[in-house]
Design a protein around this ligand. Sequence first.
Ligand code: TXA
Ligand code: MG
Length: 338
Amino acid sequence: MTLVIQQATNDKINQAADCLQSGAVVAFPTETVYGLGGDATNSDAVLKIYKIKSRPEFNPLIVHISEPHDIYKFCEVSDHAERLMAAFWPGPLSLVLPLADNPKITISDVVTAGLQTVAVRCPEHRTARDLISKAGVPLAAPSANISGNISPTTSAHVMSAFEGEPEQPDMILSDGAATKGLESTIVDVSGHAPRILRYGHILKEHIEEVLSCSVLTPEGEENIKSPGQLKRHYATETPLRLNAVDVKSGEALLAFGSLSFMASEDYKGAKDMPEHLVCNLSAQGDLTEAARSLFKAMHQLDQLDVPSIAVMPIPMDGLGYAINDRLQRAATPKEKDM
Ligand code: TXA
Ligand code: MG
């Protein structure tokens, strides 16, 4: 089978929705990253997603819905969840909630890896919502990459991830580059104190303002609650050297902000390095722009034949938490992978 990218016209979205109804797996755009979707009520379809991604089956998937109120069909929705839904949905926020005792829709336990909770997201992206609504079922969708590798923000990234692989998506729908560029913020509101399990565009301070209470963060957690948050993830093949203050001989540079004070062993300064060796996430030092370009820059620099990639420091502020989280995991050596 040859994998092809289909532009997300109405016809192709209808075709993709039909495929999903018959248990196929479709890669589709969202505002965060491209997802690899399958009918969340169909265990065979969901197993296919795990297989295509080579994803460990203990790592549960996020269920995507087209309308916020669809969540009531399979979750016990807490007061905290309702407030966050009203403030941030549709958008880049996933909520972890208990499964309903008497659901109208039964989510496959392959999606939840047997947990009593489920992560749910209502994306903002027009094509994503259209596709889910036409499929008529919630879609389980992890990021459309091989497990542990860099997440895809374009359909070309999805294509290069699965080209030549024995297991492939049945279809790739394309609709531009992801505008946010980092996976959704995940908040556990299944009981007790709300906790952020994964940093993303919706910030801790935004969540605390809406809930009028303090929110726990992932640091120091044993990660029992978010089994998918492996230490090594989003990884480039080329090692990353974080918080670099200079560029060593032969290295490429993942930059942030001005290069004026960045030293280089091979050139007069980092600003004199050849263009192809440098990706600047945001020359202006803008974290929103940096989040949008991070995975694309990592994909690009990873194509080069260099011993390592120097990464300039990114401030731990606002979106900086989400960006540094991805960089830390990407820089974790393979041995620490479990
Ligand atoms: O932005 C996103 O969230 C993207 C797009 C496609 O929507 N999806 C995504 O999925 O990032 P994935 O599979 O790459 O990440 C899902 C994360 C994993 O860390 C998993 O452990 C966590 O969600 N998760 C899923 N269900 C959970 C649950 N019941 N409790 C705690 N964590 C859960
Ligand atoms: Mg992922």
